[in-house]
Ligand binder design. Structure first.
Ligand code: ACO
Length: 362
């Protein structure tokens, strides 16, 4: 038995490969650094879905159909009541996704890829007592998300930064939420069920729930000089430093660098809080030193969530919504994995070792 299934191979996939020793991520034959430089969200989505549905999926056509799917799912926003607006955003998104019909076809996939992108901005506005903004199907998904969030057209740099984020996190091997998606798909329950399971796995603080706490940590540290003493005390209390460490990576998470680079145009045009960026650099530096001292046997480096926090904060998403934005980007990967599993895999049904008491003789 391997606790946490560490190193257990549980699926064969053509979708993505994480090389934890080399710090390399390949998505359908393209290395992440190249993909982020050259692909839009729609390109990455077309790449991931290619071959998993009857009809071929071209990026141009996918963009138009995704736009129409955003308009279609927006109708569900009317069913959101005040209680949903008060829930943690990722839970409220999940509740609305649960209202979508289940199925295995391309239209179901498109609705699911559009749903968190529409529901999250709408729910955030409802939570503030504002009217949700209807999607504009002619915009690319990243631009439309920001327009639905702020009721204004975003800058070119903001759209590019969100697009880079969505591409960076679109797929990542057999992580916990993707595995959850594949387990559900293996029972042939349908894509909506797979995505619901995946969102539920994503929201935990050890997976996609970390970036909000990263920002909390930066706020609590407050000044560069306080970085080392605060981090030392947190480790003394037995806490984990959010945004550091990974099950697979033994070196720096390549997604962290992709996101750091995506932040640069925003930094260059003054669209970020520069003090926070400088503080984060000091915290990262201090954390790497102290983690090396405290955990010499375990290489711990920065992970995707550290820069996710900075990027999404710069794009004016509230921190409680960061996990929901992660879901917007990762849904396409969950769908592709679910289709791959449903088409090519078997029912996932591992075994457990019973360590409880044996029945007593009467
Ligand atoms: N801070 C301090 N110590 C850490 C951290 C951390 N962030 N991560 C791991 N460690 C330590 C553990 O305490 C443990 O030390 P020990 O052997 O002395 O007890 C050792 O490193 C190994 O830890 P494991 O729990 O076995 O590592 P695992 O592979 O299960 O954990 C995880 C990976 C959950 C990501 C972990 O590094 C963590 O909790 N990080 C903080 C949360 C975070 O940033 N999550 C986002 C991950 S990225 C993503 O999912 C999108």
């Amino acid at each position: 038995m391997k606790n946490g299934l560490e190193d257990v191979i549980a699926a064969e996939t053509r979708l993505s490969d994480v090389d934890g020793e080399a710090g390399r991520l390949i998505i359908r034959g393209i290395s992440l650094d190249h993909l982020v430089e050259t692909a839009t969200y729609e390109d990455a989505a077309a790449l991931l879905l290619d071959g998993f549905f009857e009809q071929p999926v071209a990026a141009g056509e996918l963009g138009a159909r995704l736009g129409r799917a955003r308009t279609e799912v927006f109708a569900h926003v009317r069913t959101a009541d005040e209680a949903l607006g008060k829930m943690p955003p990722v839970d409220a998104v999940r509740a609305l996704v649960a209202r979508l019909p289940d199925g295995e076809d391309f239209d179901t996939a498109l609705r699911l890829a559009a749903a968190p992108a529409v529901f999250l901005p709408a729910l955030l506005r409802l939570g503030k007592g504002e009217t949700p903004v209807a999607p504009n199907p002619s915009l690319p998904q990243s631009a439309d998300i920001l327009a639905m969030l702020t009721a204004a057209l975003p800058s070119r740099e903001q759209v590019a930064a969100l697009d880079a984020y969505l591409v960076t996190i679109c797929d990542h091997g057999l992580n916990a939420s993707t595995f959850a998606s594949r387990v559900i798909a293996s029972t042939k329950a349908g894509l909506t069920s797979s995505v619901l399971a995946a969102i539920s796995a994503l929201k935990g603080p050890l997976h996609g729930g970390a970036p909000g706490p990263v920002l909390d940590m930066l706020d609590t540290i407050g000044t560069k000089d306080n970085a080392r003493p605060w981090l030392a005390e947190a480790l003394d209390r037995g806490e984990r430093l959010m945004g550091f460490g990974h099950r697979i990576y033994r070196v720096r998470d390549p997604r962290a660098d992709a996101l750091k680079q995506a932040l640069e145009p925003l930094v260059g045009t003054g669209q970020v809080d520069l003090d926070r960026i400088r503080l984060s650099e000091a915290v990262e530096e201090a954390a790497l030193v102290i983690l090396k001292e405290r955990k010499p046997g375990r290489p711990l480096d920065v992970n995707v969530e550290f820069y996710t926090a900075l990027l999404l904060d710069a794009l004016k998403f509230p921190r409680e919504a960061f996990t929901g934005v992660f879901a917007i980007g990762r849904t396409i990967g969950w769908i592709a994995h679910a289709r791959e599993q449903a088409l090519e895999g078997r029912l996932i049904r591992p075994r457990s070792v019973y360590v409880g008491p044996l029945p007593r003789a009467a």
